[in-house]
Ligand binder design. Structure first.
Ligand SMILES: O=C(O)c1ccccc1N[C@@H]1O[C@H](COP(=O)(O)O)[C@@H](O)[C@H]1O
Length: 201
């Protein structure tokens, strides 16, 4: 079964729907973004997430100390960090008890074959959260092993994207929105259904 993460959730009804749809992970953006939530809001949303779904804090351009502090304040034990620089960064987050998803922006120069010791690798489009696709068939841009595909996924393209890239999981934000930062229940449902349908093929 393809791992599904829905990201940029900002209200309780949307979190409840994602949980009901059986997605594997939900993401709360603590970085600067139209989808940003405060640590206090993330804590409130997190409390609605049941055990089988992982709640992930999403970070860009934040110090490691701030990442640890906000993750603790929001009771998040998974963090997705878009600008990890070294294995030391990852070690510090591990030492704080966090599971680390290393996010890499396609074309930004970070190597997908470099192992910083993160628990999972996510390869995103050139600009995180912008709904931008990338060349999922480019073997040099696609990691080996278990990894998450992100960037411009939609209910229409996700099945083909998984098939061509060989990704273990998918992460979506813009493609399940009716407007920037506004999640659409119909598109969320369509996305989850599209992945599940592809899984049984
Ligand atoms: O969603 C955001 O606003 C965001 C902001 C900063 C860093 C990451 C962000 N989201 C991540 O972007 C991709 C999905 O993007 P898309 O909109 O579906 O193309 C995914 O990894 C999100 O976790």
């Amino acid at each position: 079964m393809t791992f599904i993460k829905m990201c940029g959730l900002r209200d309780e009804a949307t979190v409840d729907l994602a949980v009901d749809l059986g997605v594997d992970a939900v993401g709360f953006v603590l970085a600067d973004s139209p989808r940003r939530v405060s640590a206090a809001q993330a804590a409130k949303l997190r409390s609605r997430v049941t055990e089988r779904t992982v709640a992930v804090g999403v970070y860009v351009k934040m110090s490691l100390d701030d990442i640890v502090a906000t993750a603790r304040a929001a009771d998040l034990d998974h963090v997705q960090v878009h600008d990890l620089r070294s294995a030391d960064d990852v070690r510090l987050l591990h030492d704080a008890g966090l599971t680390v998803i290393r996010a890499v922006n396609n074309g930004a120069g970070a190597s997908v074959s470099e192992d910083l010791g993160a628990d999972l690798l996510l390869v995103d489009g050139a600009v995180a959260g912008a709904g931008v696709t990338w060349d999922w068939q480019d073997r040099s841009a696609v990691p080996r092993g278990r990894w998450i595909l992100a960037g411009g996924l939609t209910p229409e393209n996700v099945a083909r994207a998984v098939e061509t890239s060989g990704a273990w999981g998918v992460d979506v934000s813009s493609g399940i929105e009716s407007g920037r930062g506004i999640k659409s229940p119909e598109l969320m449902t369509a996305f989850a259904n599209a992945v599940r349908k592809a899984d049984v093929r």
